[in-house]
Write a protein that binds this ligand. Structure first.
Ligand code: C2E
Ligand code: MG
Ligand code: MG
Ligand code: MG
Length: 288
């Protein structure tokens, strides 16, 4: 196993490492400096009400603009950040940046932020979240933290304690990638979730695959019975949306409504979405 990345940043050539290991090692070394060098960037993907199609919020998704490799996807570098423990520092940056960005929006859209298992295991997470809220001035109820089951199976008691503290701040907790973990039902029973996000691997098949359709339908009923709104991830078509609406799904997120947007593109979208002056005039009472 490679030495901790806290060691010297010189990377010795090691014949026992294969190509993949060497490349991950090199990525870990440069990821360490990525925050300080300003190479990390948040993209924002819209979340919409399923029935009205109205915009209700955004999920912040991390991107790494690597000086030589270009955009590195989180699928590649988040696991490296988790292995090396760097995810805590990066996650703290994500929280601050996402809250700061959301606090500049003219409309009170929600902002959803992914929280890694290791962050949840930190007892100071509530303090970090509290400070991000105070420094940005963002109302706590506008922040939603997305956690996965992996984050809570290891030490359930501690995770529950941290989640209760987070909830007492007024932030919302979403269960991300629902259905892909080991004990999704037990987790739903024991944890106070404010939202269930059905994993897109199920949503993808709703129009073609009987099993996928049944699982999505059952999850929507489950959420509704527990009074937990359900969001479907990975909605890519009108057909997906039609199925989800027929089943009473509450919210949707996916390429059909919008890809993750860089800050500049987001500003354009928010400006287009802002209530237009003419509409405001029409809404005025007639007797002036
Ligand atoms: P996730 O939290 O489940 O995020 C949803 C992923 O699905 C995003 O991938 C998004 O771009 C993608 N997606 C959304 N709609 C569609 C669609 O209609 N079709 C398809 N094919 N994909 C869609 P992304 O941005 O590559 O992120 C992948 C994962 O990386 C995230 O999954 C999350 O687990 C992790 N991640 C991203 N940003 C962060 C972060 O700031 N912190 C942590 N801890 N993890 C993050
Ligand atoms: Mg997520
Ligand atoms: Mg997800
Ligand atoms: Mg997912």
């Amino acid at each position: 196993r490679a030495k901790s990345i806290d060691g010297p940043s010189v990377c010795f050539y090691d014949k026992s490492m294969d190509e993949g290991q060497r490349s991950r090692r090199a990525l870990a070394v440069s990821l360490r400096q990525a925050v300080a060098k300003g190479e990390l960037e948040l993209y924002y993907q819209p979340q919409n009400d399923a029935a009205t199609r109205q915009l209700v919020g955004f999920e912040a998704l991390l991107r790494w603009n690597h000086p030589e490799r270009g955009m590195v996807s989180p699928g590649e570098f988040i696991p490296i950040a988790e292995e090396s423990g760097l995810i805590c520092e990066i996650g703290e940056w994500v929280l601050r940046e996402a809250c700061r960005e959301a606090s500049t929006w003219a409309q009170p859209y929600r902002i959803a932020v992914n929280v890694a298992p290791l962050q949840l295991a930190q007892t100071n997470l509530p303090t970090i979240v509290h400070e991000a809220l105070l420094n940005s001035g963002l109302g706590a109820s506008r922040l939603e933290l997305e956690i996965t089951e992996t984050g809570i199976i290891e030490d359930q008691t501690r995770a529950l304690h941290v989640i209760r503290q987070l909830k007492s701040l007024g932030v919302r907790i979403a269960m991300d990638d629902y259905g892909t973990g080991y004990s999704s039902l037990a987790t739903l029973k024991n944890f106070p979730f404010d939202k269930i996000k059905i994993d897109r691997s199920f949503v993808d098949g709703v129009n073609t695959d009987r099993q996928a359709a049944a699982i999505v339908r059952a999850t929507i009923i489950l959420g509704s019975s527990l009074d937990i709104p359900v969001l479907a991830e990975g909605v890519e078509s009108e057909e997906h949306l039609a199925f989800l609406n027929a089943e009473g799904c509450h919210e949707v997120q996916g390429f059909y409504f919008g890809r993750p947007l860089a800050k500049k593109a987001l500003d354009v979208m928010l400006a287009e979405n802002a209530p237009k002056a003419e509409q405001l005039v029409i809404d005025l009472p007639e007797a002036i």
